[in-house]
Ligand binder design. Structure first.
Ligand SMILES: [Zn+2]
Length: 170
């Protein structure tokens, strides 16, 4: 699960209301005990102490650990922080797994977890690309594979939801 909270707003980490404010260059704690330096912000989860976080920080919110995977602030615009929940089993995984075809799978460009084909084939620059969905963060993206492209053009595969991995992508 991935959550993004905008500067000076309340967002959620899963279901926990969490505010974010005070973005600026600063020092923040990293999980290995050292201090990082760079863009930081103050995270304010409900019923918890405020904590200063930055890229790579891990913060525990109501027993769940979240890692900062993106933090960005441009002058004159509201910044944002994106956190990813630790752990590799998200609720709904099995349901999602049954809806994707893992004979065609690759790693998610957003979170690095396993993504499978959701049955869609699109075209980009005249080449067939497969529509993929990440098992972990739910991100949808198109995937081009030079080896598969030829097959997709001549003989589009049948979508088999829940099929196990046979072709591993990069
Ligand atoms: Zn993902």
């Amino acid at each position: 699960m991935i959550e993004t909270i905008e500067e000076n707003t309340m967002g959620t980490l899963d279901e926990v209301a969490t505010g974010m404010a005070s973005m600026g260059i600063g020092r923040y704690a990293l999980p290995n005990g050292s201090m990082g330096q760079g863009m930081s912000c103050v995270l304010a989860p409900v019923e918890q102490e405020n904590v200063i976080i930055g890229m790579g920080s891990v913060v525990e919110v109501q027993g769940v650990q979240w890692e900062v995977v993106r933090i960005k602030k441009s002058p004159g615009e509201p910044g944002f922080v994106t956190l990813q929940r630790w752990g590799h089993v998200a609720p709904g995984d099995n349901l999602k797994r049954a809806n994707l075809d893992f004979r065609f799978s690759t790693s998610c460009p957003r979170c690095g977890e396993l993504a499978g084909w959701n049955g869609g084939i699109e075209e980009e620059l005249g080449e067939p690309v497969m529509s993929m969905e990440c098992l972990y963060c739910g991100d949808e993206f198109v995937w081009y594979n030079g080896t598969l492209a030829k097959v997709l053009k001549s003989e589009p595969p049948e979508f088999v939801p829940g099929a196990e991995a046979a072709i591993q992508g990069s």
